[in-house]
Design a protein around this ligand. Structure first.
Ligand code: KG4
Ligand code: ZN
Length: 333
């Protein structure tokens, strides 16, 4: 069964064809990041316009790369929530038009469910149930993946998402947007003990996360140093910050896994590309004899393959949409 998966929730127009969920036949990503970088973040209006310009050729390219036509496609899956509303609407409208004109089923996919599914592509043996840490630019969740379409969020960030925090700290240190990967590269050259940063703490729910205090601490340290004319050790700060975020994410995930009895752990979302988070999660899972699954780097950020893959499982579960499907900016998993 072949699914065309469409993703346009943020700044990537991404379309893929997968076969039986886990085999990627094509995966085209048109990134707008070079344009948004000029503004230091994603400009929603520009994102929507570029999606509208790109979506037709990205779809054609995805079909071509998969060596098929719409006649070979069994269903169309599309990200409908959450994300930038104007950006989502381009993908949703395109998918509705395509489904209507080709008389193919339309499957609505939640973006976070898509990120979780990225691990099915890279790991044919992975099957629910397991516990997944999802950390991206907009979300940081610890999720019980009960089966392919049922989830229970046990922990979430109270304020900034992990990726958002990476990007803001990166900007403060003078790196371009989105700065997560620059922090990652700089951290490899720095001493993670160079700065003593506050450990993120949360009152109440034991699996919730918080990153705004850490972000503010880094910003204040950097600004104070600038005012006093003291040079900042950028690599040391990047390494200290990354180690603190990785520890917060991994500690909470291990705590949840131990309490809830999970021995299989997944990692997903843009921040799953971070080498510090990957290494620490692997180390802590090895220590406990847990099995850990992380996506290949090309499936960590937003892509169509993860939507197509999740679309397959949503299709099997009977999820369908019609011409009334709308984009939804905020929707929990
Ligand atoms: O999942 P994603 O592509 O988009 C959202 O759904 O938000 O995640 C993007 C986020 C950005 O904040 C970006 O800086 C971060 O993922 N990111 C990283 C790395 N690569 C991407 N953060 C830390 N280390 C990386 N290597
Ligand atoms: Zn995403």
């Amino acid at each position: 069964m072949k699914i065309l998966g469409i993703e346009s929730s943020c700044d990537e127009t991404a379309i893929s064809v997968t076969e039986n969920g886990r085999t990627v036949l094509s995966n085209i990503v048109a990134s707008q990041i070079d344009e948004h970088r000029l503004y230091g973040g994603v400009v929603p209006e520009i994102a929507s316009r570029r999606h509208a310009e790109n979506i037709s050729w990205v779809a054609k390219a995805a079909l071509e790369e998969a060596n098929c036509t719409m006649d070979d496609i069994d269903a169309i899956a599309v990200t409908y929530a959450p994300g930038l509303i104007g950006a989502l609407l381009v993908g949703v409208s395109f998918a509705k038009g395509l489904a209507m004109s080709t008389k193919k089923p339309l499957v609505p996919v939640h973006h976070i469910a898509g990120h979780i599914a990225s691990n099915y592509i890279s790991h044919p043996d992975l099957e629910p149930p397991y516990l997944c840490l999802v950390a991206s630019g907009g979300h940081s969740h610890i999720v019980e993946v009960k089966d392919y379409t049922h989830y229970h969020v046990v922990g979430r960030t109270r304020d900034d998402a992990a990726g958002e925090c990476f990007d803001k700290v990166a900007r403060t240190l003078g790196y371009e947007y989105p700065g997560g990967k620059f922090i990652d590269a700089a951290a490899k050259l720095g001493d993670p003990k160079a700065y003593d940063l506050p450990k993120p703490r949360v009152q109440g729910s034991e699996y919730d996360l918080s990153f705004s205090g850490l972000k503010t601490a880094v910003i204040n340290l950097v600004h104070n140093a600038e005012q006093k004319g003291v040079p900042i050790d950028r690599e040391g700060m990047a390494a200290s910050f990354q180690a603190t975020v990785a520890k917060a994410l991994v500690d909470k995930t291990m705590l949840a896994a131990e309490h809830l009895g999970y021995k299989t752990i997944g990692l997903a979302g843009g921040v799953s590309a971070n080498s510090g988070v990957r290494e620490l999660l692997q180390k802590e899972c090895d220590k406990r004899g847990f099995k850990v699954y992380m996506p290949e780097l090309k499936y960590c950020g937003d892509n169509g393959a993860m939507i197509s893959c999740q679309g397959y499982y949503d299709f099997l579960a009977g999820k369908r949409a019609d011409g009334s499907l709308n984009g939804i900016a905020t929707l929990s998993l």
